[in-house]
Design a protein around this ligand. Structure first.
Ligand code: SF4
Length: 267
């Protein structure tokens, strides 16, 4: 049966910060059914289904990576009122912040900046210096994960731009699945796309993208934790380089162990 016929009306919105709903076996089975039906579908169809099923309780988090920009270009055609936010840690590159304005100008989508309670100055003052140097897991947790937990309150589903071939952690990402950590449905419309598919679309449609990609940065996060990659290196090799850390904690799979306990990486 078509994805539109699978009833997901009993998936509630996130009730409060850190309040995580536990779906029943039957609910999980229905999500899996939808995911299987949509496995081969184009991103436009997946997003159309997501909008029809969850809007206006549908949100999206973007770091303005190439995948996010492609999704925004599709949302602009399908439903530009979908709520979209960026986790503005206070450590983003200026090129990333400017991309928000270029997207707004081209597509009329105003991405909201979601910020931690403490400014960078205050956060560093209270911690005796930059936490990204001494404990990046904690820094990501406090400046990204906690902010996301707060932002998804009231929403039933979120859209992300992750691709299966980005890293082993993401290899099993379903098209539609249950996000155990944040307690809502997660939709990955580009899960099956390759990096090539993304860039072909960006170039064909002149979708705005981060100019740092042309300067050797295939994956862009916060400036203290991102370096350009060398020829032949993995596309995420420039993220938290030399620390052993590979993910900020937003997209860890359910079967993935939680991040290692806080470690001091030295200055
Ligand atoms: Fe902090 Fe670096 Fe994580 Fe950004 S990527 S939140 S600076 S540890």
């Amino acid at each position: 049966r078509p994805a539109w016929r699978v009833d997901l009306s009993d998936f509630p919105p996130v009730a409060g910060e850190g309040v995580v709903f536990s779906p029943t076996e039957d609910q999980l089975r229905r999500l899996q059914e939808v995911s299987t039906i949509l496995e081969e579908a184009p991103a436009e169809v997946i997003l159309r289904w997501a909008i029809d099923t969850f809007f206006p309780k549908l949100t999206m988090a973007t770091a303005f990576g190439p995948e996010g920009c492609v999704i925004l270009s599709i949302l602009a055609r399908l439903e530009p009122r979908v709520h979209v936010f960026n986790l503005d840690t206070g450590y983003q590159f200026k090129e990333t912040l400017e991309l928000r304005d270029r997207i707004a100008e081209k597509y009329g989508i105003e991405v909201e900046f979601a910020r931690p309670e403490l400014s960078v100055e205050e956060y560093e003052r209270q911690n005796g210096g930059p936490v990204y140097k001494t404990n990046p897991d904690r820094c990501c947790y406090e400046r990204k994960v906690l902010v996301l937990k707060r932002k998804v309150v009231g929403y039933r589903a979120w859209i992300s731009g992750i691709r299966r071939d980005q890293s082993p952690h993401r290899a099993n990402a379903p098209i539609v699945g249950w996000d155990k950590k944040f307690g809502l449905v997660k939709i990955n419309p580009l899960a099956r796309w390759t990096k090539n598919d993304v860039w072909k679309r960006i170039l064909a449609e002149e979708i705005p993208y981060n100019p740092l990609h042309d300067q050797g940065y295939p994956s862009i996060g916060c400036w203290p934790c991102t370096r350009p990659v060398l020829f032949g290196e993995d596309e995420r090799a420039g993220r938290w380089s030399g620390t052993g850390k590979t993910e900020c904690g937003l997209h860890l799979a359910d079967d993935q162990p939680p991040p290692p306990p806080p470690t001091t990486y030295g200055n």
